[in-house]
Design a protein around this ligand. Structure first.
Ligand SMILES: Nc1nc2c(ncn2[C@@H]2O[C@H](COP(=O)(O)OP(=O)(O)OP(=O)(O)O)[C@@H](O)[C@H]2O)c(=O)[nH]1
Ligand SMILES: [Mg+2]
Length: 203
């Protein structure tokens, strides 16, 4: 009996740990963003950009931000590595999709990789934060221009936001994370994942 009440108590009052998947094609700036998040939200000094190499495996960042526990999963974006992305979909509370806003020659492949993500059943209802990264570079397009360019059709029922950021100087990042935490806290998907974890005794 006690364990039943304890399980219920934990289910109701424990802080959810949100899993946030950082996706985007190679060189869009995912790992640089993750390292910037570490310096913004912890007392860890994130790796400086010149020490960051293309990702082949998985980088993990555990942080507390906007009064929430967040686990970021940063995966490699090279074309041959994108098949790994979907292994993480089921457990993700939300997606951050990073685009190099200063490199128009990559927009088309960024768009098609994102459309594929949006069509995937395992990500149904996952909130989506689309970041127009590298705003510190001249010629970077704004979040509004990027939204117009991408012209996404599959966003109907999804909570989403476009934001202009720079993973170098930190512009726009805190704003984006605050929005993400707020929508994850009220998304139906979070409720579904929480119930599933509760049923498996992992709350
Ligand atoms: N100017 C500028 N360069 C950036 C920014 N973010 C990342 N970069 C640069 O873009 C390049 C790619 O950055 P990464 O963080 O390795 O990109 P990634 O998306 O993790 O790449 P993969 O791991 O291969 O998928 C590096 O040279 C970074 O220094 C930014 O905000 N501004
Ligand atoms: Mg990387």
């Amino acid at each position: 009996m006690f364990s039943l009440f304890y399980g219920l108590w934990k289910y109701l009052f424990s802080k959810t740990e949100f899993h946030v998947l950082i996706l985007g094609i190679d060189k869009s700036g995912k790992t640089t963003l993750l390292e910037k998040l570490k310096s913004l939200y912890s007392n860890l000094e994130g790796l400086p950009p010149d020490r960051i190499v293309p990702t082949v495996g998985l980088n993990i960042g555990r942080l507390e931000a906007a009064q929430a526990k967040l686990v970021f999963w940063d995966l490699g974006g090279q074309i041959g590595l994108r098949t790994i992305w979907e292994k993480y979909y089921e457990e993700a509370h939300a997606i951050i999709y990073v685009i190099d806003a200063a490199n128009p020659s990559n927009f088309e492949s960024s768009k098609s990789a994102l459309e594929k993500i949006l069509r995937h059943e395992d990500l149904r209802g996952a909130p989506l934060l689309i970041l127009a990264n590298k705003q510190d570079l001249p010629g970077a397009i704004s979040a509004e221009e990027l939204a117009r360019y991408l012209d996404l059709k599959e966003l109907d029922e999804r909570l989403y936001m476009f934001e202009a950021i720079s993973a170098y100087d930190g512009m726009g990042i805190k704003n984006s994370i605050e929005w993400l935490v707020e929508v994850m806290e009220r998304s139906k998907r979070t409720e579904t994942l929480r119930m599933r974890a509760g049923a498996a005794g992992q709350v």
